[in-house]
Design a binder for this molecule. Structure first.
Ligand code: BDP
Length: 666
């Protein structure tokens, strides 16, 4: 495998071999069709096929046609397509150009099987209309957060040293990768909108337009994070009160300017009244007032405001056991259900706290039937090993998306999110492998695929990613390569969970960096993330009976299931309950023994992961990639042992209960 191929992530040239060796005809016109043609021509040039635009007499293997798919079969919508194969010809039909682009990538994913046998018509349509990636890129290097907030893959591919990069070829490559897995929106800047980033909305809009121009050929709309106080900061107004006419006019006027420059602009993303960002509370207004003002400014142009529900007090008094950060989003937003405009989407983190390794599903997702809700996931591995650890997140996301808040036979989270969308915080940077850890690419790929089809099996998504990225069949030992990658990645989320904070209790990470263990790092801080471990027990009592009442934010049956330690799932026990160390889990083990066992087991599993990689026969993957993964696995093993030893020692000292198996704890 050539080095440059690796940098193409899941779209190395060889991914197009099957398509590129065919005789293809394309019917239809338009900018996205130009992209389809360019992709096909590039592949044909490499692999000996031909590409024709429009009618002709020569025989063909592949037809892509923009044509109305009969309404009785449901049509294809804006982005769907129909794939069929008969009499030796594979056909892709779509009502709209984006459908053919997605169809082409589907055929690329299928490879040879797209061109063998017969295939009855298959209808493909995205389950979610809005499938958006949020970059947390800063224009300037932030003194604490760096160029990309919570970025673990180098600098921004868009900005450098406070200015738009001259060479934006990585952005074009990014658009292609995102389109291939189904993404159709990108928020180009950080949710924390610092001073220079705020100007992207006005005098630096040209930079946004330049990026939009690179996304457009791949059917991706650009969105912008905006600062709620922009009318003051940029407009010179004395207030940003959302009900003040001058403020409303400023936003209307500014938004008009945005659409004059970027006619297909997607909309705004706002983090307000959260972690120091300004918001409507300063003016005694609600978040619906704030969101609706922006929604009204965007509505004439078909734009949407994504308003984040991540609102909580980050300066709380840790001595006050009654204040529960997990409650905050629900308490702020649920009373506003029904007040948001139709083009306002409430963007809710999947869990009530903050992207921990294990959290219950946020109850906000269940409680706002009259509001469009988007679910936000985090591909950047802030709390899941920071792209130094292998942690394939699709199994976690699948668990979230498949959760049925109202019980069996009722809608799942993915169905609720269909009204608003699925959003993923990006994990890419200017690193040659895009994501620092080369295997972390799979998380971004999986995010896009789950946004398109939330029912996909994480292992099947991983198969796709492996086939596209590593082309196992081009290697001497395809099965070993496939098996090794699956063994490393399939269960890696569970492994990570084993050696870090136990049973859903969360955090226990180093404050600030969020990397590595610090059991009490946040325990006496104002951030609201506590575990309450003492000599007798651990966990947060969030019950209605004796705790913060958080369980009451869930509908039945989960409000009751979570309320009792007898029915609460083990993996979330300490999220919901404060229990003694000798409390017996459903697994039959005590909490303290579970902590010891899982930490020994998790650390041991990382050793096994390293061995598997060491045993991989030479030549199956590029040597530079091999070395990068090896170096990261060394760090994962080191870090997992550090976690194991600190967690086990801490709880041995707190509880005084020895390990039943007599293993060494320090
Ligand atoms: C937290 C991150 C912080 C983000 C915040 C957010 O630590 O850097 O700004 O989430 O989502 O997880 O707004």
């Amino acid at each position: 495998m050539k080095r440059q191929d690796l940098h193409a992530a899941w779209l190395p040239p060889a991914a197009f071999r099957s398509v590129g060796s065919r005789h293809t005809v394309v019917h239809g016109d338009g900018p996205l069709l130009d992209t389809v043609l360019a992709e096909l021509r590039e592949a044909a040039g490499r692999y000996g096929g031909t590409v024709r635009h429009g009618d002709g007499a020569e025989p063909v293997d592949l037809v892509l046609a923009l044509s109305a798919v009969p309404a009785e079969s449901g049509g294809t919508g804006d982005e769907g397509f129909v794939l069929a194969r008969r009499d030796g010809v594979t056909t892709l039909l779509a009502d709209a150009p984006a459908g053919l682009l997605h169809g082409l990538f589907h055929v690329v994913r299928l490879g040879e099987p797209a061109f063998t046998g017969e295939r009855p018509a298959e209808h493909h349509r995205p389950a979610l209309h809005r499938r958006i990636v949020d970059d947390w890129d800063n224009v300037d290097v932030h003194p604490v957060m760096g160029q990309v907030e919570r970025g673990y893959a180098g600098g921004s591919i868009v900005w450098r040293d406070g200015a738009l990069r001259e060479d934006l070829s990585r952005v074009a490559g990014y658009a292609r990768l995102l389109a291939c897995c189904g993404i159709n929106g990108l928020v180009v800047n950080n949710v924390n909108v610092h001073a220079s980033e705020a100007h992207l909305l006005t005098d630096r809009l040209g930079e946004v337009a330049a990026v939009a121009g690179l996304l457009r050929p791949y059917g991706i709309r650009i969105h912008l994070s905006v600062n709620f106080a922009s009318p003051v900061q940029l407009g010179g107004l004395p207030t940003a009160d959302p009900l003040d006419e001058r403020v409303r006019e400023w936003w209307a006027h500014t938004t008009r300017g945005v659409y004059e420059t970027i006619p297909d602009f997607g909309g705004y993303l706002v983090k307000a009244d959260s972690e120091g960002q300004p918001g409507p509370f300063a003016y005694g207004r609600t978040h619906a007032d704030g969101a609706n003002m922006l929604a009204d400014a965007l509505a004439p142009f078909g734009g949407v405001v994504h308003w984040r529900a991540f609102v909580y007090n980050h300066r709380q008094d840790w001595r006050d056991r009654g204040t529960d950060r997990a409650r905050a989003a629900y308490d702020h937003f649920v009373p506003l259900d029904g007040e948001f405009r139709d083009n306002a989407v409430l963007q809710v983190k999947h869990g009530p706290l903050d992207f921990q390794t294990r959290e219950p599903v946020s109850p906000v997702i269940t409680a706002m039937p009259r509001t469009r809700v988007a679910v936000e996931l985090q591909a950047t591995q802030e709390y899941t090993g920071q792209q130094r650890h292998v942690c394939y997140l699709a199994p976690m996301w699948r668990t979230v998306l498949g959760f049925r808040p109202w019980g069996e036979d009722r809608p799942d989270v993915a169905q609720v999110a269909a009204g608003g969308g699925l959003v993923g915080v990006s994990n890419v940077g200017d690193d040659p492998y895009w994501t620092g850890h080369p295997l972390a690419q799979a998380n971004l790929y999986a995010f896009g695929r789950l946004a398109w089809d939330p029912t996909l099996d994480p292992a099947a998504i991983l198969d796709e990613w492996i086939e596209l990225t590593f082309r196992p069949d081009d290697t001497a030992d395809p099965q070993t390569l496939r098996r090794t990658l699956h063994e490393l990645m399939d269960g890696s989320w569970q492994t990570y969970e084993q050696y870090t904070a136990p049973l859903g209790v969360g955090f226990m990470v180093s404050p600030g960096s969020h990397y590595g263990p610090s059991v009490d790092g946040y325990e006496y801080s104002p951030w609201g993330t506590y575990h309450f471990a003492d000599r007798d027990g651990i966990g947060v009592d969030r019950t209605r009976a004796t705790g913060t009442g958080y369980t009451g934010q869930y509908p039945a049956p989960w409000s009751d299931i979570y309320e009792s330690p007898d029915t609460c799932p083990d993996e979330l026990l300490l999220f919901f309950h404060h229990v003694p160390y000798h409390h017996v889990l459903h697994s039959g083990r005590t909490v303290i023994q579970h902590i010891y066992d899982t930490h020994f087991e998790g650390a041991r599993r990382t050793e096994r992961m390293r061995e598997l990689w060491r045993d991989l026969p030479a030549g199956l993957v590029d040597p530079a990639l091999y070395a990068r993964v090896s170096e990261r696995l060394d760090e994962q093993v080191r870090s997992a042992h550090e976690w194991r030893d600190q967690i086990n020692t801490y709880f041995l000292r707190k509880s005084g209960v020895p390990d039943a198996h007599g293993r060494r704890i320090y």
